[in-house]
Design a protein around this ligand. Structure first.
Ligand code: FAD
Length: 441
């Protein structure tokens, strides 16, 4: 086990940092148990973090921080049942590689794979696809180390209330130690990216979502243009020239999508007034691209340009209206926005704190280059989302508190009851949880 004393921790987006008393990197479940038991006995709080890819202060602590990057092994693959059990610190990229080895894959993924599986499920990380639910819904069992050191395994048949709560826990119940996921036979994705004018696209949006396995688009503010991504599941072998590996993929994914995009952001930093012209240049240079490869290689992108992000889940029927209001607001307020707005869809689930709980869901994500101020833009967007019954992504920036969140989650009180039972002394608490789950500590 590695211990760093008086270390500072900063999340990926640089939006939050904290000074834990120390950062521990255990390698076994027993070490996790001992760390938690000892901290609880000292009256110290504990925060288990993943890859720090949440933009909120959800991972921050002034107590003991536990990082699981050395606790990331695959423990069991059950091909017949189509399940994999892994230690909680495994990243989605590592997990996908392991699954591919056994001819399996995750049912769906977000647009990067850097997150740990436990971090991803804690905040209800999702991809896109009207028929596909978020990653938490792929969990069939998990084990958790509680504040008193007990290790409990939860599943739909073993303490179902705790299981549902632990599927999206915000890290508030205990330390997830192992996760068992339901997987699917390995598949490839044929991905078509193409520019389209936003007005026509919005008219056809529902139809396109219904026809495609995984549909999403990015709209570039100050332009009429979107980049549409249609991902189709297939078992056909991908043609060599369309694979997302090798020099061609490097030019497209790293040089164009990251370095050129980063240069445009730095140009915008020189003079903000250039942003609409830079957006127009971006829109003009977009072209049709086709990629086909193993599913995780297509889903997971490389993101080198840092940003801050807010994302809201709204009922599907309200998605397009909400997006139109954001568009009008950007014009009305004369905001200068240099990052695209991302629109995705997700199927409903039954997890108490999932933003997709009980409703077909549309997600709208807004981003700001990390060197620019995000708050004025995000507050305006949030006001629109509030009027559309929006539920914030737990790992992305928002300004909500328990009083405004509770009415949006029908099973809120059941979640709190589980938390009261599993972590009555709030050993896993922090400032974020005090705000969003209303602790008077
Ligand atoms: C570039 C980028 C792209 C992204 N793309 C998407 C996307 O496509 N879709 C989407 O939905 N989100 C996306 N996100 C958000 C991201 O998926 C979530 O914020 C996710 O929670 C980050 O996982 P992590 O491993 O970094 O966890 P962290 O951010 O480190 O932690 C998140 C929460 O999980 C808890 N936690 C982590 N491990 C444990 C454990 N073992 N036990 C108990 N609690 C634990 C932490 O305490 C914290 O509460 C993106 C973020 C970035 C920076």
């Amino acid at each position: 086990m590695v211990t760093e004393a008086r270390a500072r921790w900063t999340n990926w987006g640089g939006t939050y940092s904290c000074s834990p008393t120390r950062i521990e990197s255990p390698t076994t479940e027993e070490e996790i148990v001992n760390l938690i038991r000892a901290a609880a006995e000292r009256g110290e709080r504990v925060k288990v973090v993943g890859s720090g890819h949440s933009f909120t202060d959800i991972g921050c602590t002034d107590g003991c921080m536990i990082k699981l990057d050395n606790y990331n092994k695959v423990l069991e693959v059950n091909r017949e049942a189509g399940t994999i059990t892994a230690q909680a610190g495994i990243t989605i990229l590592q997990l996908s590689d392991a699954l591919a080895h056994f001819g399996l894959a995750m049912e769906n993924m977000g647009d990067v794979g850097y997150q740990t599986i436990s971090g991803a499920i804690s905040t209800a990380t999702h991809g896109t696809g009207a028929r596909f639910r978020n990653i938490s819904s792929q969990v069939v069992a998990l084990s958790m180390v509680l504040a008193n050191g007990d290790v409990l395994r939860y599943s739909p048949t073993s303490d179902p209330d705790a299981f549902r709560a632990a599927q999206v826990s915000l890290g508030s119940l205990g330390a997830t130690s192992t996760v068992t996921l339901r997987c699917v036979p390995a598949y490839n994705i044929r991905s078509v990216q193409e520019p389209r004018r936003i007005d026509g696209l919005l008219e056809e949006f529902d139809e396109l979502c219904a026809q495609s396995d995984h549909f999403e688009f990015f709209w570039f503010p100050h332009t009429e243009w979107t980049q549409v991504i249609t991902n189709t599941r297939t078992h056909e072998a991908p043609p060599q020239h369309q694979r997302r590996t090798g020099f061609g993929a490097y030019v497209n994914d790293i040089l164009l999508e990251n370095h050129v995009f980063g240069m445009l952001q730095r140009a915008a930093q020189v003079r903000r007034e250039w942003i609409p012209s830079l957006a127009a240049i971006t829109a003009r240079t977009m072209s049709r691209k086709e990629v086909a490869d193993r599913s995780d290689r297509v889903f997971a992108n490389t993101r080198l340009v840092r940003f801050a992000e807010m994302e809201y889940a709204v009922p599907r029927p309200q998605l397009i209206a909400a997006l139109r209001e954001i568009r009008a607001m950007i014009e009305r307020k004369r905001l200068l926005v240099s990052f695209p707005v991302e629109v995705r869809v997700v199927a409903p689930d039954d997890i108490p704190l999932s933003p997709a709980y009980g409703r077909d869901t549309g997600y709208i994500a807004v981003h700001v280059y990390h060197k620019f101020e995000h708050e004025p833009y995000f507050r305006e967007v949030e006001a629109i989302m509030n009027a559309h019954e929006g539920r914030p992504h737990w790992g992305k920036l928002h300004f909500q508190a328990a009083a405004t969140l509770r009415p949006r989650y029908p099973l809120w009180d059941r979640f709190i009851a589980v938390r009261d039972r599993l972590d009555p002394d709030r050993v896993f608490g922090n400032a974020y949880l005090e705000r969003v789950l209303a602790d008077a500590t």
